[in-house]
Design a protein around this ligand. Structure first.
Ligand code: SAH
Ligand code: ZN
Ligand code: ZN
Ligand code: ZN
Ligand code: ZN
Length: 438
């Protein structure tokens, strides 16, 4: 944009906050770097959640370094993953009336700990079924900027699982998809079900419910395994089983941006898979479903040119981005981006999706094949229309504007800073603030 922040990425020797190595940023103006570079927390974009900040060229005193280390240590979770696994083993041996979950601390309680939480709200009689669906037991984190958790609606989660099974996958690397993970885990206890999942997520609450080979505390913005080399190795092993065959990575990151940081982590996970038995892969990529809003399509394709966006609308239980379409059906802007051959992704016909033989992929019911573009061009599910002047299809509500020389909403302001001022043609200001007018 005109002014903003640019991410420079993970730098060697970057300082760490409680969320792992910080990322390097720089302020920009008109697409140019401006001012000093600085480090900030990779995971939290709200200063209230993590206020880590350091200039790139700043000299940090020994005292401050020590204080920072101390701070990072103090911000570790109260129990390690291993301790949580031990606690879980004790917990499941308790009779139902003694199984309590503290809602304030979001923690399973052992009887000796009841006292400490006596002022807290708690749930009792935690059943085995509840332990198997932690995403229902834990409240979804709601911090908008940092860690909003949007859980798949049952229908979408089941669709994803059926799709994975239908495609023959046996292992799922679930990156930020706790609900999909738990659906797989609870089915895994059934005899004839052979799909396994490893959850990578920054939400450490999940470590209370899963063993160390089922969950890794992971930050997907800096590819950081909080559990160190051992956790790294867990992930590597998981990807390398059976020569790395039949494994897919499914991720549903927070939509807050930083696409390049996500892409760089996903590339590292894909590279980890590639280290497995090479001969069979023939330079193939690890199969991926990246679940993200359709308006990030060009950003994602920038980093992953082999990806295609599918028309399937992913639905959530608690999503603020829902819109009610004209049909009364909820329209979700969230899609699946994948490097698998599009024709293999079969979308449910009973929900209106149909196969376009020309595009060789399933498309939503409103998506018409445009003969000029030679493709089904709708991104949002509505029928788009072709503009001969723009030489592409545009949203149904747009019209061609001769001033702007492109299609736009009828009430748009005819001003685009990046295209230069409409009055003098120079970049950097809009026509309302054009110096030549004063
Ligand atoms: N639809 C998914 C949940 C997606 S919400 C499902 O139902 O399973 C985004 C998920 O990403 C949450 O589980 C959240 O804890 C996780 N997350 C958020 N920030 C993260 C980060 N920096 N690293 C790893 N996981 C993160
Ligand atoms: Zn408590
Ligand atoms: Zn088509
Ligand atoms: Zn067209
Ligand atoms: Zn046009």
């Amino acid at each position: 944009g005109a002014g903003g922040l640019a991410l420079l990425g993970l730098a060697l020797g970057a300082p760490s906050c409680p969320h792992g190595p910080a990322l390097l940023f720089v302020k920009t103006s008109q697409g140019r770097e401006e001012g000093r570079r600085f480090y900030a927390c990779s995971a939290c974009r709200d200063r209230k959640d993590c206020n880590f900040f350091q200039w790139e060229d700043e000299k940090v005193s020994e005292t401050r370094l020590a204080a920072r280390e101390e701070y990072n240590r103090n911000h570790r979770p109260p129990f390690t993953h291993r301790q949580n696994v031990e606690r879980y083993k004790k917990f499941v041996l308790l009779p139902l009336p003694k199984r309590r979950f503290c809602q304030e601390c979001q923690q399973l309680l052992l009887p000796a700990e009841w006292e400490k939480h006596s002022d807290h709200q708690f749930l009792c009689d935690i059943s085995t079924a509840q332990l198997k669906s932690p995403s229902q037991l834990l409240y979804p984190l709601e911090n908008k900027k940092t860690n909003a958790q949007y859980l798949f609606a049952g229908r979408s989660c089941q669709f994803l699982l059926d799709l994975i099974i239908g495609l023959g996958f046996r292992r799922v690397l679930s990156v930020g998809t706790p609900r999909l993970h738990e659906m797989i885990q609870s089915k895994a206890s059934q005899e004839d079900f052979r799909v396994r999942s490893l959850l990578l997520d920054i939400d450490f609450r999940y470590s209370q419910f899963y063993a160390e080979d089922e969950f890794c505390h992971y930050n997907m913005f800096n590819h950081y395994f909080f559990g160190g080399e051992a956790a790294h190795e867990t992930c590597r092993k998981f990807l390398h089983q059976d020569n790395g065959e039949r494994v897919i990575m499914i991720t549903d990151p927070p939509f807050g941006g930083l696409v390049e940081a996500l892409a760089s982590s996903f590339k590292k996970l894909m590279a980890m898979w590639e280290e497995a038995e090479k001969e069979d892969h023939n330079n193939q990529e690890m199969p991926v479903f990246w679940i993200f809003p359709y308006f990030f399509e060009s950003r994602i394709l920038e980093f992953f040119p082999s990806f295609t966006m599918m028309d399937y609308q992913v639905d959530y239980d608690n999503h603020a981005l829902y819109k009610h379409g004209k049909t009364g059906r909820r329209q979700s802007p969230v899609r699946i981006f994948t490097n698998l051959t599009p024709s293999m992704i079969v979308l449910p016909v009973e929900e209106g999706y149909r196969f376009c033989a020309l595009c060789q992929r399933y498309v939503s019911s409103g998506n018409q094949h445009c003969e000029i573009c030679d493709s089904c061009t709708s991104k949002d599910g509505r029928q788009w229309k072709h503009c001969v002047l723009c030489n592409k299809c545009v949203k149904p509500s747009w019209f061609h504007c001769n001033n702007c020389n492109c299609c736009a909403l009828p009430n748009h302001a005819c001003e685009r800073t990046d295209a230069g001022c409409f009055v003098c043609g120079k970049a950097g200001h809009k026509r309302s603030t054009c110096p030549s007018l004063s």
